[in-house]
Design a protein around this ligand. Structure first.
Ligand code: SF4
Length: 467
């Protein structure tokens, strides 16, 4: 019997620098621009070439890294992390980077993604004597590295990475090196840039713009980059790789000013809105987007149909994202606090409301209601993702299958539940077209189609399909 799974639902952001005297400060700014990827905890570990030193805490980047906390973080290399986790996976000990000390040196780890065989590996490692200090799956890699029989760290890391299954973008830092690894499917985005002679790595390219770094390229699936005083080398740690980047990164998660695989996120979303205009052309008076992630798609829909785009909904920017609130009650409260309909815009109007996704349906029902209460005569809901029918095993909190409204309900049933006059989801083909693709190769669509790019382990399935 495998132990109960904890801490699976997470989505994070990572940032690293090698070769810059202000490494910790740059990491602070990088993490700040990745804050949307996780707000529950954050940390920075810095290396001065001799030792690793870290600061971490629960809360936002600006809250954790006070001037006092930053003043001792001196060194030329740093890695940082912003964390999102469910209640079960939260807590100070799970805030990253994780820092390990041993007789042979120190190691810091920062991870974005989710391992699908973490419990299987933990069970084996514990049977061999490992004791875990966190409930995060990230720690598995540290134990595998320490138990690897290879004499060189590089080979220890490569061998350990090859045992992991699922989604992972890892930053691994020692006193003298920064290693960067991406899983064989490249499920999570990870890019390399430079700032003068220094190298920077980030979950999203928006972090490069903030620190003034130049984008070089995306990390390849199954690639291990090693950056040290001799420069940068690239190796493969996986024999077989098949790219399957997460489509939800384009739809919802990444910032509109980020580029993933050369595609600008705002442009991709706008194209999705244009495609929806083809798939769901309505006669309406105004188009409005649910702020912030749906505004680009709403602009695209408005542009393609000629219906004016209006700010029909206003967001209170100081409330966290509904999508990542941990409980149903909090989610409902969050929606009320977060959005308001603009009566002057929607009263007496037929409204097309563009949103990026429907997960549980609670938020959509509330927003449709807000618009109707503000006097909208019709509310047509168009969604720039296909119905989310299946859970994500790779680090995006789409919830368990039973909580997903589209898992057992038809589009018409969902429409009725959310109280809209019509409801249209973009087709899978239409979404791929918006991304400039003919087929689905190179992309993960697991939560829409149920076809996952990796094997899913039985205990992971049990967690996500719990009844
Ligand atoms: S299952 Fe969905 S959310 Fe998860 S990685 Fe794949 S596309 Fe992204």
């Amino acid at each position: 019997m495998l132990p109960e799974i904890k801490g699976l639902n997470e989505e994070c952001g990572i940032f690293g620098v090698f070769g810059h005297q202000d490494a910790a400060q740059l990491t602070y700014y990088g993490l700040h621009s990745l804050q949307h990827r996780g707000q529950e905890g954050t940390g920075i570990v810095v290396s001065d070439g001799k030792k690793l030193k870290g600061v971490k805490g629960e809360g936002l980047v600006a809250e954790v890294f006070t001037t006092d906390a930053m003043k001792d973080l001196e060194g030329n290399a740093a890695i940082g992390h912003v964390r999102y986790a469910t209640a079960g996976g939260g807590g100070y000990e799970n805030v990253q980077p994780l820092l390990f000390h041993s007789q042979t040196g120190s190691l810091a780890l920062a991870h974005n993604g989710n391992l699908v065989n973490a419990n299987y590996l933990k069970y084996q490692l514990e049977a061999q004597g490992s004791i875990f200090q966190t409930s995060s799956d990230t720690e598995v890699l540290a134990h595998l590295i320490r138990r690897s029989g290879f004499p060189q760290l590089k080979d220890q890391v490569k061998n350990s990475l090859s045992m992991l299954k699922g989604a992972y973008a890892y930053l691994i830092m020692t006193e003298t090196e920064l290693m960067v690894a991406l899983d064989p499917h490249g499920l999570r985005p990870l890019s390399l840039g430079c700032l003068g002679d220094a190298y920077v790595v980030a979950s999203e390219t928006c972090a490069f713009d903030v620190v003034g770094a130049e984008y070089i390229r995306d990390i390849m699936p199954g690639e291990l980059l090693i950056i040290n005083e001799n420069g940068l080398t690239s190796e493969k740690f996986a024999i077989s790789t098949t790219k399957a980047i997460c489509t939800m990164e384009y739809i919802y998660f990444s910032r509109p000013d980020s580029n993933i695989q050369g595609i600008n996120v705002h442009t991709a979303r706008k194209n999705m809105g244009k495609q929806l205009a083809v798939e769901a052309p309505f006669e309406a008076d105004v188009v409005t987007g649910v702020p912030d992630s749906s505004i680009s798609a709403a602009i695209g829909y408005a542009e393609a149909t000629g219906i004016p785009y209006e700010m029909g909904l206003i967001k209170n920017k100081y409330v966290g994202r509904t999508f990542i609130q941990p409980s149903q009650t909090l989610r409902e409260q969050g929606v009320k606090m977060k959005l308001s309909a603009v009566r002057g815009v929607v009263e007496g109007k037929r409204v097309v409301m563009v949103d990026d996704s429907i997960v549980r349906g609670t938020t959509s029902r509330r927003i449709v209601n807000l618009l109707k209460e503000a006097g909208a005569t019709e509310v047509h809901v168009v969604i720039s993702s296909p119905p989310i029918k299946n859970p994500c095993f790779y680090g995006i909190d789409t919830s368990t299958k039973e909580e997903l409204i589209a898992s057992d309900k038809s589009v018409e049933q969902i429409r009725e539940l959310i109280g809209a006059d019509s409801l249209t989801f973009i087709s899978v083909e239409g979404m791929m077209k918006a991304l400039g693709q003919e087929g689905t190769n190179g992309y993960c669509l697991g939560c829409f189609t149920g076809n996952y790019p990796t094997e899913i382990y039985p205990d992971t399935l049990q967690y996500y399909y719990q009844k």
